[in-house]
Design a protein around this ligand. Structure first.
Ligand code: QAP
Ligand code: CO
Length: 167
């Protein structure tokens, strides 16, 4: 296993739109294991392949209290259930040290492939729904800072660029 480097805002590579995964094989499962190790070490609750500079449609997350419920979503597709939305104070391993409130659909239907390559479907609400939408945004080259005002986004960009210059 290995800890992977996480790209940080405003790295332009985070804007890449990821391509579908075409084969779920042992090489992909090794990437999945490395993504979990990277996410748990951070620590974080979700990580998209885009954040480790792999532009394929794959994400891992664990929203459990004890961090013992790893979930894998390959080629995920989501549709909102109903029209209700909820605000949540989101953070991101690619925007370390910052968080902002984002409003998103409250309940979603999810279709994806699992670690074994088998399709599954589920409904999600609460933190799982927030995390899935946040991670799928990464696969589409989007970040939570895109939902806040340009002023706030620019402030975050300048502060992170300063930290990155000194790193
Ligand atoms: C995405 O975020 C998420 O700023 C996952 O200094 C966030 O794991 C989905 C983290 C909220 C739903 C709700 C952030 C770690 C981790 C930081 C994360 C930091 C250290 C963020
Ligand atoms: Co994120």
């Amino acid at each position: 296993m290995a800890i992977l480097e996480i790209l940080e805002f405003p790295d332009p590579r985070l804007r890449t739109v990821a391509k579908p995964v075409d084969t779920v094989d042992d090489a992909l499962r090794k990437l999945i294991d490395d993504m979990f190790e990277t996410m748990y070490a951070a620590p974080g609750i979700g990580l998209a392949a885009s954040q480790v500079n792999v532009h394929r449609r794959l994400l891992v997350l664990d929203v459990s209290d004890d961090g013992d419920q790893p979930m894998v979503f390959i080629n995920p597709e989501i549709t909102p259930i109903g029209t209700d939305t909820k605000p949540y104070d989101e953070g991101c391993l690619s925007v370390p040290g910052f968080h902002e409130t984002v409003e998103r659909p409250d309940r979603i239907h999810v279709r994806a492939l699992g670690r074994d390559g088998q399709p599954f479907e589920m409904e999600a609400g609460g933190l799982l729904a927030v995390c899935l939408q946040h991670e799928i945004d990464h696969l589409d080259g989007k970040l939570f800072v895109d939902y806040v005002s340009r002023l706030k986004r620019e402030r975050i960009r300048k502060k992170l660029e300063k930290i990155q210059r000194h790193a």
